[in-house]
Design a protein around this ligand. Structure first.
Ligand code: GLN
Ligand code: ZN
Length: 763
C-alpha cells in the first residue's frame, strides 16, 4: 500500500494557541519555559492528529516559533552581527530580535526584512548574509524535535530548507551574489545531516521550492554541485521536495540530482507528470503531491483515484508515497468545529486534517479496501452535489460573464479627453491632496464594533457611532484643507471581508485561521459560488459623507483582483472567470455610486502585483485578465467620473505598463523598499495618467518632517508633470493614531501649497 505523509503542518494551533503564547511571552506575561511548553504541546498534538488522520510518517522541524526560514538561518549560524551578542546571552530573545526587532537599555536593533514566501500569503524573514561569511551547524532544534517525535512513537522525517533555496531567498548586505556562499555553507549543512544521522534519522526532507522558479545556469550548476556533495557525504536518505509548481524545463536537472526520493507537486505541476516519470531514476521514491495544499476543497475521487492508480501501476507500492502538493501551512487545521458556514459549504471543505484523511482513504482504496472505496463514493457524491448546487452555479451570473464584450472594459473616451472634462467638473488645483481611504480605527470604534458583533450594541446605536466617525473625518479633512475627501471607512474591519459579506458566493469560517507571519493570522473568506451583488454595498455611506461637504468625496471599493487574491478560490472555474464575476458585481456598485452623485471612485488593487505567477512566461496572461477585470469594474462610467486606484506592498517597476493599461485616471502608489526606486521607473517609462507616489510613510508612527515630504515632491516633479502629480500618503491610515495623522496630513497640505506657489512663481 502506498505510504501516506504530508510535507508540513500548520503551527499556530486550532485555537491559535501559539499566537496567544507568543504574544503573552512578548508582553512578559509568559516566561520562556511556558512558551516552549505550549510549542512542545502543539507539536505533539499535531503529530498525533496527523497519525490519527492516517499519516504513516510525520515531518518534524516544520514547526517554528516564528518562521521556518529564520530557523534555517539560525541552523547554519547565519545570525547577523548586530543580533549576535543578544543571541549568545539569550537565544530566544536573540531569535525574536531578528524576527521583530528589540529595544532595551543596551540593545536597539531593527527586525530583519520580511517578504512573501513564493506566491503565498505567508511572509518569511529574509536571511541577511555578507560576502565571505562563515557558517556552522546549530542542529539542536531539529535534532531535539526529531527525538521528541520519535519518543512519541512516530516515524519522523526532519524537514530542512535546501541550501540553494536558502541562498536564493537570502539577501546580502553588500549586494554580492548569495550563491557565492555555497561552498562555505555546505560543510555546516552536512554537519546538520550528520547530527540527524547520529540521532537516528533515516529520511530527511530537503525543501527546494526554488527549483520551480525560472533558473539561470549558475543556479542549475549550484544545484548539481550541492547535491553531488551531499550525496557523497550524507548517511541519511534525502527526499528532495519541490512545490508551488512543476520543474518545467528543468525536469532533467531535477531528476539528475542524486537523492533517494522526490516530492513533486502534481496539482500545479500536473502537466509535468509524464516527463517526470520518464526522467526519474528507476529506484527513486516518488512522494506524489496529489491533493492541493493551497486550497480548501474536498477533492474529486473520479479525478484523483485514476491518477493514483496510474502512478501505482508505474511505480509500484514500494516507491509511491501519497502526499499533499505542499506543506499544509497554507490551509486551516480542521473543518470540524465550523458551524455557521453559508450555503452548506462545510461539507465541501477539506482543511489540513481532512486532507490527510483523504490521502488515507485514497491509499486504502487503491489497495482495494471496500470501506475506503465506499467512502470515496460518498465523497464523490458530495463533490457532485457541490458542483450542481444552485448557490454555486447562478445562471444569471454565467450569462453576464458570457455576454462580456471588449466594450465593457472601455471608458467612453481616452484619458486626455477625460482629464479635461474632470478638470472642468472638479476644479482641483495642481498637486491636489487626498488620502488613501481609511482613517484611524480608534479603540472606541473597535469596542463599538465588538459590542455590536456580540449583540451588546444595537444596529441603530452602532450606526450612530459610525456616522459620528464619518463626521469627524470630514470635519478634519476640511479643516486640514485636503482637496479630495474620503469618508474614512469606519464601518470596515477588513477591506475584503467587508465586501465579501455583502456578496453572494462567499462563505466565512469561524476558526479558519492561516498564519500570515509570526503570530499574525488571517481568516480568508471562501469563494464557493458564482459571485453576485444582491444590493448596493457602500452607496449609503458614501452618499452620507458627501452630504456633509461641498468638496468631492471619493467612493471606496476593493478591486476584483484583490477580492480574489485574498480569498480561497473555488477550484471548479478558472481564476480569471471568478475575477470577472467579481468585476461585474463591483461594476454595478461603481455605477450606483455614480448615480448617487459620487464623482470620484477609488478601486483599490493592493494585491495585483502579488497575484503574479511564479514563472515569467505566465505573467502576460495573468496581467491580461487582471487588468481587464479592473477595467470592467471601472468601465462604462461617464468621462466626468474620476476613477482612482491604489496599490501597495510591492514593487511595480517591472509591471508599469500593466499599471498604465489599467487606465485609472489617478493612481496612488507605494513602494515598500524606497520611493526613489519607483520614481526612477518614470525616467524611462512615461506614465500617462494622474499619479500620487506616497509622500507620507504610514507604516511608521513617525510624523514626517515637512522638509522630507517637500523633498519627495520636488523629486517627483523632476520626472512627472505638475498637472499629473497628486499628493497623498502611501497607504490607508487605519493603523495610525489621530494625533500623528492630524500633524502629518496638515504638514502634507502645507507642502502641497508651498509647491504650488513655487510652480506658479516659476510660471
Ligand atoms: N482604502 C484602503 C485603506 O485606506 C486601502 C488599504 C490598502 O491599501 N491595503 O485602508
Ligand atoms: Zn495601501
Amino acid at each position: 500500500m502506498p505510504h501516506v505523509t504530508y510535507p508540513g503542518f500548520p503551527r499556530i494551533g486550532r485555537r491559535r494557541e501559539l499566537k496567544r503564547a507568543l504574544e503573552s511571552h512578548w508582553k512578559n506575561e509568559l516566561d520562556r519555559d511556558g512558551l516552549l511548553a505550549v510549542a512542545r504541546d502543539l507539536r505533539r498534538q499535531h503529530w498525533a492528529l496527523a497519525r490519527e488522520a492516517g499519516a504513516d510518517s510525520v515531518p518534524v522541524n516544520d514547526f517554528s516559533l516564528y518562521d521556518h526560514v529564520l530557523d534555517a538561518a539560525v541552523l547554519v549560524d547565519a545570525i547577523p552581527a548586530r543580533y549576535r551578542g543578544l543571541y549568545e546571552r539569550d537565544p530566544l530573545a536573540g531569535y525574536f530580535a531578528m524576527a521583530r526587532g528589540h529595544q532595551d537599555a543596551t540593545v536597539d536593533v531593527h527586525a530583519l526584512e520580511m517578504t512573501k514566501w513564493f506566491d503565498t500569503n505567508y511572509h518569511y524573514i529574509v536571511p541577511e548574509l555578507v560576502a565571505g561569511q562563515t557558517f556552522r551547524a546549530r542542529p539542536a532544534k531539529v535534532v531535539d524535535e526529531f527525538r521528541e517525535a520519535v519518543a512519541a512513537g512516530h516515524a519522523a522525517r526532519p524537514v530542512l530548507i535546501g541550501p540553494i533555496t536558502f541562498l536564493r531567498l537570502a539577501k546580502t548586505v553588500d549586494g554580492s551574489d548569495p550563491l557565492a556562499l555555497l561552498d562555505g555553507l555546505l560543510p555546516a549543512w552536512l554537519d546538520v545531516l550528520d547530527a540527524l544521522a547520529d540521532a537516528g534519522a533515516d529520511w530527511v526532507q530537503v525543501d527546494e521550492p526554488a527549483l520551480v522558479l525560472d533558473l539561470d545556469d549558475a543556479t542549475r550548476d549550484a544545484y548539481r554541485h550541492a547535491y553531488a556533495r551531499i550525496a557523497e557525504r550524507s548517511r541519511v536518505r534525502i527526499l528532495l521536495a519541490t512545490y508551488f509548481g512543476g520543474p518545467g524545463d528543468d525536469v532533467a536537472l531535477l531528476a539528475s540530482l542524486p537523492v533517494a526520493g522526490f516530492h513533486v507537486d502534481l496539482v500545479r505541476g500536473e502537466d509535468d507528470l509524464s516527463a517526470l516519470l520518464e526522467a526519474l531514476p528507476d529506484d527513486a521514491i516518488v512522494s506524489a503531491g496529489i491533493l492541493d495544499g493551497r486550497n480548501v476543497w474536498l477533492s474529486a475521487p473520479d479525478k484523483v483515484l485514476p491518477r493514483i492508480e496510474a502512478l501505482r501501476d508505474r511505480l509500484g507500492d514500494e516507491r509511491l508515497w501519497l502526499s499533499t502538493s505542499c506543506s499544509l501551512l497554507h490551509v486551516p487545521i480542521d473543518v470540524a468545529g465550523e458551524k455557521r458556514l453559508r450555503g452548506g459549504v462545510g461539507e465541501w471543505l477539506s482543511f489540513a486534517r481532512q486532507k490527510i484523511e483523504e490521502l488515507r482513504r485514497y491509499a486504502d482504496a487503491a489497495n482495494g479496501a471496500a470501506d475506503a472505496r465506499a467512502s470515496l463514493a460518498a465523497q464523490q457524491a458530495v463533490v457532485d452535489a457541490r458542483l450542481a448546487s444552485p448557490d454555486v452555479v447562478r445562471p444569471h451570473v454565467r450569462a453576464r460573464v458570457r455576454g462580456l464584450t471588449p466594450q465593457f472594459a472601455q471608458r467612453r473616451s481616452a484619458f486626455g479627453f477625460r482629464k479635461v472634462v474632470q478638470r472642468e467638473r472638479f476644479g482641483l488645483p495642481d498637486l491636489p491632496t487626498t488620502t488613501i481611504g481609511s482613517f484611524p480605527q480608534t479603540p472606541d470604534l473597535r469596542n463599538a464594533r465588538a459590542a455590536h458583533r456580540a449583540g451588546r450594541l444595537d444596529d441603530a446605536s452602532y450606526a450612530d457611532v459610525l456616522r459620528e466617525e464619518v463626521r469627524r473625518a470630514v470635519r478634519f479633512q476640511e479643516e486640514a484643507g485636503i482637496d479630495v475627501l474620503v469618508h474614512g471607512e469606519p464601518e470596515r474591519n477588513d477591506m475584503v471581508e467587508y465586501f465579501a459579506e455583502q456578496l453572494d458566493g462567499y462563505a466565512f469560517t469561524s476558526l479558519g485561521w492561516v498564519q500570515s507571519y509570526g503570530s499574525r493570522c488571517v481568516k480568508a473568506p471562501i469563494i464557493y459560488g458564482d459571485v453576485a451583488r444582491p444590493a448596493p454595498m457602500t452607496v449609503a455611506w458614501s452618499a452620507y459623507a458627501q452630504s456633509l461637504t461641498e468638496r468631492p468625496m471619493k467612493g471606496m471599493l476593493t478591486g476584483p483582483v484583490t477580492m480574489l487574491q485574498w480569498s480561497f478560490v473555488r477550484d471548479d472555474l478558472p481564476r480569471a472567470d471568478v475575477c470577472r464575476q467579481i468585476a461585474l458585481a463591483l461594476r454595478d456598485e461603481v455605477h450606483d455610486l455614480e448615480k448617487a452623485g459620487i464623482g470620484i471612485v477609488q478601486i483599490d488593487e493592493p494585491a495585483l502585483r502579488e497575484g503574479m505567477p511564479l514563472r515569467r512566461h505566465a505573467w502576460a496572461a495573468y496581467l491580461d485578465w487582471a487588468v481587464d477585470a479592473f477595467r470592467i469594474t471601472a468601465g462604462g462610467v461617464s468621462d466626468a467620473t474620476q476613477v482612482h486606484t491604489h496599490m501597495c506592498y510591492s514593487e511595480f517597476n517591472d509591471i508599469m505598463d500593466a499599471v498604465a493599461a489599467m487606465d485609472a485616471d489617478v493612481i496612488s502608489i507605494e513602494t515598500s523598499r524606497s520611493r526613489m526606486e519607483l520614481l526612477e521607473a518614470f525616467t524611462t517609462f512615461r506614465y500617462p495618467n494622474g499619479i500620487g507616489p506616497g509622500v507620507y510613510d504610514i507604516h511608521s508612527p513617525r510624523v514626517p518632517a515637512e522638509a522630507e515630504m517637500a523633498d519627495l515632491v520636488a523629486r517627483a516633479l523632476q520626472v512627472l508633470a505638475p498637472d499629473q502629480l497628486w499628493i497623498n500618503p502611501d497607504c490607508g491610515l487605519k493603523t495610525r493614531g489621530w494625533p500623528e495623522v492630524r500633524d502629518a496630513l496638515t504638514g502634507m497640505v502645507a507642502v502641497a501649497r508651498a509647491a504650488r506657489e513655487r510652480l506658479t512663481a516659476a510660471g
